[in-house]
Design a protein around this ligand. Sequence first.
Ligand code: SF4
Ligand code: SF4
Length: 292
Amino acid sequence: MAGILAGLVVGCKSNPFVPEDSNMKPSGEKVKLLSVDGEEIEVDKAFLKPVPDLPAVSNSVARVGIANKSFVMVIDLSRCKNLKKCQSACDYMHHVHPGQNWIKIDPMQDADHTAKYWQPTTCMHCDEPPCVKVCPVDATFKRQDGIVLIDSDRCIGCRFCMAACPYSTRVFNWGDPEVPKEIAGKPYSCETSMPQKKGTVGKCDFCPDMSRHGELPHCVSACPNGTFFFGDMNEDSVSNGSETFRFSELIKDKAGYRLMEDLGTKPRVYYLPPVNRNFPFEVGLENEKQKS
Ligand code: SF4
Ligand code: SF4
């Protein structure tokens, strides 16, 4: 109702209750509203005009980020079975173009004689992000809470950021992403990274729209093995939805590490080593989605 009222107040300057279409007939059903003068008025329901579905926060607010937060992710490699539920959830919730996954899960083996393991990779949300430094139009930026995002309305598709990212986490939208009509018509939101546009770059965004509501990113909630932990370094707490740990203790106790530490990018994604696994390394489990 507030949205409808806002539409009436903002969208119409003279008499907001005169229908634009003279053929429009009143329904007879009245709705009570507060006028711009603060008076309670009654309007026929047929004459109400909904405002467009705007993002929850403006892009200028989204660029600033959430105060007093310092987001961090921990990925426990000892739990990953390559079920790809994280990837499916991310693709589905962000309408990621088929094949352009923002989360990748790769088989890893550090040496011939060592064990294989699965490694999910997201954007590292680097504290010293090379991608931000090379963007010529300030389209990719780091917020006060540490999250690195992209403003597709500014992106000119030069792909300097893709070349600069040492983790290869960015993807280029060569074509128009396949998004439902209702999403395609919405204004771009830096916090949902939707709708993606042809000729721009996309990547994992740490689901900042979820964090704003105190909820976990989609990949974290989707993993049945609790592989992903997300939280706030200021609160020294990370959770996978069912278990919560002190971030500093978890990293210390389980010998957490970051990828390519020597580059000085200071990633916000930490890994726990793939030790003490109670399941074998298997290929193909992602195809048994219904059974897992
Ligand atoms: S992982 Fe790549 S895209 Fe993400 S913040 Fe770091 S440099 Fe930028
Ligand atoms: S592709 Fe877009 S986000 Fe990346 S550097 Fe160029 S303008 Fe910036």
